[in-house]
Design a protein around this ligand. Structure first.
Ligand SMILES: NC(=O)c1ccc[n+]([C@@H]2O[C@H](COP(=O)([O-])OP(=O)(O)OC[C@H]3O[C@@H](n4cnc5c(N)ncnc54)[C@H](O)[C@@H]3O)[C@@H](O)[C@H]2O)c1
Length: 358
């Protein structure tokens, strides 16, 4: 399968005021652009982004989704589609997603299906989006309680990340983003995994230069995987490290926990399962816990049972012929997939993240 042409690597800028120049150098100009954010990002940075886009597009329209994962639905996407139609958008026009993963996934999906596909640019504003969701062209919505169940591959024509945007992110959202950063390092860059704890203080203080470096290196891991396997025929599945159990926890607690926190729990479960298979030793497993804890990621989940989580892993879309394609850790920096994990192994991983004292 061939994916639509687009640009995989993000351009990382020091301030929003560079956005117009970046668009111009990427050949992104035109008649109309729809700046689609959410009810947090549009008030926070909509005007600054619109002023830049106004230098390269003749008309800038703005649209805000209701913020939050619970609004990542087909009906939210439908509202944007209606607005694109009302504003007379045609095949040559562009959608610009200004926000976190929820905005990027929905605006990207709207762009993928409107007139069978119009250009999208991603301007990710959360840590999750800058290192992960804004890159690689996966778009979509949650459907009937299942995460990202309906969607399309639609590669952005440009990904433009500004670490400065992260300064207004809440501590909770920043911490959740660190779940995806640790995941990325664990699956594809052992040196980044070692670098993270050394720079923990600066990262947590959101030192702009250190954030820049962390985003650049994390994004590079994602880009190299996506470049080799754009439509997830094989290797791209490795990016789902921590996600099978992470998504199952997210669903079991009815999306009350942040995605990145659930990924963090999923990593701990996957590390335990890798340890029990003899793939990593106990020191490596403990170190993974320590790194997650350093960034404030949760150690346990409460109020749900192992059986509920196990059941939810079965409705995960990463099933192949009835089997879960589970991602395990061979060593920090190298993940592998296994199609033969048993329910007993899954339960051992899940029990490891349940608070026995709760
Ligand atoms: N497409 C992919 O490849 C991919 C990969 C990973 C995750 N995802 C998806 O991404 C979503 C999670 O993304 P997220 O964590 O960015 O969530 P999000 O988009 O909900 O953003 C989190 C919150 O931060 C707010 N926000 C965004 N930018 C801000 C800023 N700069 N300052 C202050 N507040 C800001 C948002 O309004 C929202 O309330 C999930 O739905 C997940 O499934 C997709």
């Amino acid at each position: 399968m061939k994916m639509n042409e687009g640009r995989i690597e993000p351009v990382i800028i020091d301030s929003f005021e560079e956005l117009a120049d970046v668009c111009r150098s990427a050949g992104i100009t035109g008649q109309r652009v729809m700046l689609a954010g959410d009810t947090n990002t549009i008030p926070l940075m909509g005007e600054r982004a619109a002023a830049q886009l106004g230098k390269v597009f003749r008309e800038v329209h703005m649209f805000a989704f209701e913020a939050g994962e619970e609004n990542k639905t087909l009906s939210s996407v439908e509202s944007l589609l209606s607005y694109l139609l009302d504003c007379g958008f045609d095949r040559h026009d562009t959608v610009a997603a200004l926000g976190g993963g929820v905005t990027g996934d929905m605006a990207g999906f709207a762009a993928a299906v409107y007139l069978r596909g119009i250009r999208v640019i991603q301007i990710p504003t959360t840590l999750v989006a800058q290192i992960d969701s804004g890159i690689g062209g996966k778009t979509g919505v949650d459907f009937e309680g299942c995460k990202n169940m309906v969607g399309a591959f639609h590669m952005p024509a440009l990904v433009c990340s500004c670490p400065e945007a992260l300064l207004t992110l809440s501590d909770d959202q920043f911490r959740a983003g660190m779940g995806e950063v640790v995941k990325t390092a664990l699956l594809g860059d052992g040196k980044l995994y070692e670098w993270l704890p050394v720079h923990a203080e600066q990262i947590l203080n959101r030192d702009k230069e250190v954030l820049y470096e962390m985003i650049r290196r994390s994004a590079a891991v994602k880009c190299s995987v996506v470049r080799r396997d754009p439509t997830e025929q094989g290797e791209r599945a490795l990016l789902n490290l921590g996600h099978t159990i992470g998504h199952a926890v997210e669903k079991a607690c009815q999306f009350r926990m942040l995605h990145g926190d659930c990924v963090g729990l999923g990593l701990l479960a996957a590390a335990q399962m890798s340890y029990l298979r003899g793939m990593i030793d106990s020191d490596t497993c403990i170190r993974i816990h320590d790194v997650c804890r350093l960034f404030g990621l949760p150690r346990f989940v409460t109020g749900i049972t192992a059986e509920e989580i196990l059941k939810n892993t079965k409705s995960d879309k990463k099933m192949i012929a009835g089997h879960i394609r589970f991602i395990l850790i061979e060593s920090p920096g190298k993940a592998v997939y296994a199609d033969d994990v048993t329910d007993e192994e899954l339960l051992a991983g899940i029990r490891h993240i349940l608070d026995k004292d709760a």
